[in-house]
Design a protein around this ligand. Structure first.
Ligand code: CA
Length: 232
């Protein structure tokens, strides 16, 4: 399930997109203009944005450019909705930073397929896909984690944290990024909260010998290290 923000000023279209995405199991919110979208994203980073090109006030194109220019939203997956099907326009949309675009009118099946494929590419932790790193295997469908054949019991926050770290092995995440992507709130939760849950996660992984996979990177944040291959 992904958190998806729809930015669309035509209520009928916003409703149609929201209905289909909810039916597909996503957590959906819709706003009608760029200002509301900026405010929403500032409060909590969605997994993906469906952005209408033609909005009253600031256009979707300009908003996409703005998000791409900020480090926090640079990687935000954006699908642009457009009634302007001319090739020149589409190129402009992709240049502005849209990851994909869908021409109006569109079919629900096409919309869902495009969104699913973009999530797979840019936010796989939002899909219910099992991940394996080294001896650890995590299955969001069953909410279970195994180290080899032994189940590891985690609290819900530790589960989400491990899932995110396992989705991007070796990558270093700052505490602010983890709050944004795992907690969905970087404004009201203190960064120290991340440390508390990392400690709990390491404690839970201790018996399996996998705790050392969670590395502290001084001055930067945390990462999940892929274990070195065992040489013969
Ligand atoms: Ca519009």
């Amino acid at each position: 399930m992904a958190k998806i923000l729809i930015v669309e000023d035509e209520p009928a279209i916003a409703e149609l997109v929201a209905l289909n995405l909810r039916h597909d199991g996503h957590d959906v919110e819709a706003v009608a203009d760029a200002d509301a979208a900026v405010e929403r994203v500032r409060a909590a980073l969605p997994d993906l944005v469906v952005l209408d090109w033609m909005l009253p006030g600031e256009s979707g194109l300009s908003l996409a450019r703005r998000w791409r220019a900020e480090p926090r939203t640079r990687e935000l997956p954006i699908v642009m909705l457009t009634a302007r099907a001319e090739e020149r326009d589409l190129v402009q949309g992709l240049d502005a930073g849209a990851d994909d675009y869908i021409g109006k009118p569109f079919s629900a099946a096409e919309l869902l397929a495009r969104i699913r494929s973009l999530l797979r590419r840019k936010a796989p932790e939002a899909l219910d896909v099992a991940v394996q790193v080294g001896r650890l295997r995590l299955d969001p469908g069953t909410m279970r984690v195994f180290a080899d054949a032994t189940q590891v019991h985690l609290g819900p926050t530790e589960f989400r944290l491990l899932r995110f770290l396992m989705t991007y092995p070796e990558r270093v995440h700052s505490r602010a990024q983890l709050l944004d992507r795992v907690w969905g709130d970087h404004v009201f939760i203190e960064e120290r909260t991340v440390d508390v849950h990392v400690k709990r996660l390491r404690d839970s992984l201790q018996a399996s010998g996998c705790a050392t996979m969670i590395e502290t990177v001084r001055g930067a944040g945390y990462r999940l290290a892929r274990p070195a291959p065992v040489s013969a």
